[in-house]
Design a protein around this ligand. Structure first.
Ligand code: SF4
Ligand code: SF4
Ligand code: SF4
Length: 231
């Protein structure tokens, strides 16, 4: 047990193999995991957990982040404290469609149909995998938003739960800002080594609705502001 505690650094960041050349990759940043690790290492999480946890620190106490570069989610971002999924949402442009049907054929979610020869996107089915864009040679389908889907508070253990997904897709800077807010929230509210999911179960997502770091008065809360932009 003592050996295990020495191995613990207070956080763990996992990635999929997207950066090794996976053709499904839609992530926006090659060094997101390094950026996140740098932020985590500055938070002194091991010391924080040492104060909060009764008994020996174990692996499952660590704050865990998992980054998958597409919605196939190979690194299992649904079961960690903060999960990120690379995503690209398409939109229909004004460029003429040849009705080749390639986009509908490649979409595994059945999110593309045709009405009077015009492609229609069903965003309730679309997973933002971006696959259809590569098959549209006319430019009728174009990139709308590229970034990350964000899941909060997933975990395994005695009471497992999947992370709750925030609405929308977030650009790199917003993702990092929200990540910092999650860590603030976790450190401010964690009791006796609770996992982030347990903190959110107890306090609600509203606690993340904090003002941006500029500290200006009457500024909209951060999460609300982000969600409005995603609609
Ligand atoms: S999550 Fe997507 S990009 Fe990453 S390894 Fe799996 S299929 Fe490839
Ligand atoms: S982004 Fe993916 S899920 Fe959405 S319409 Fe295109 S292929 Fe289908
Ligand atoms: S791939 Fe492009 S051109 Fe072909 S049917 Fe789809 S939108 Fe139209």
């Amino acid at each position: 047990m003592e050996w295990m505690e020495n191995e613990i650094q207070g956080y763990h960041v996992e990635t999929c193999f997207g950066h090794s050349g996976c053709p499904n990759r839609v992530a926006t940043s090659d060094d997101l995991s390094q950026k996140i690790e740098k932020r985590l290492s500055g938070r002194k999480l091991k010391e924080f957990l040492r104060d909060k946890v009764k008994g020996t620190l174990k692996m499952h106490h660590e704050f865990r982040v998992s980054i998958s570069d597409c919605p196939n989610a190979c690194s299992r971002p649904q079961i960690v404290d903060l999960g990120l999924i690379g995503a690209m949402r398409p939109k229909i442009s004004d460029e003429a469609c040849t009705q080749c049907g390639a986009c509908a054929e490649v979409c595994r979610e059945g999110a593309i149909s045709f009405q009077n020869g015009t492609p229609v996107l069903d965003y309730t089915k679309c997973f933002s995998c971006g696959q259809c864009l590569a098959f549209c040679l006319t430019g009728t389908l174009q990139e709308d938003i590229k970034g990350y889907r964000i899941l909060l508070g997933g975990k395994l253990g005695r009471h497992p739960q999947l992370g709750r997904e925030l609405p929308g897709i977030y650009g790199l800077e917003d993702t990092l800002e929200l990540f910092e807010r999650c860590l603030d929230n976790y450190k401010e509210n964690c009791l006796e080594g609770e996992r982030f999911g347990e903190v959110l179960n107890r306090t609600g997502l509203d606690r993340l609705m904090v003002r941006k770091r500029t500290g200006k008065k009457n500024e909209k809360n951060f999460l609300f502001d982000l969600c409005q932009r995603q609609k």
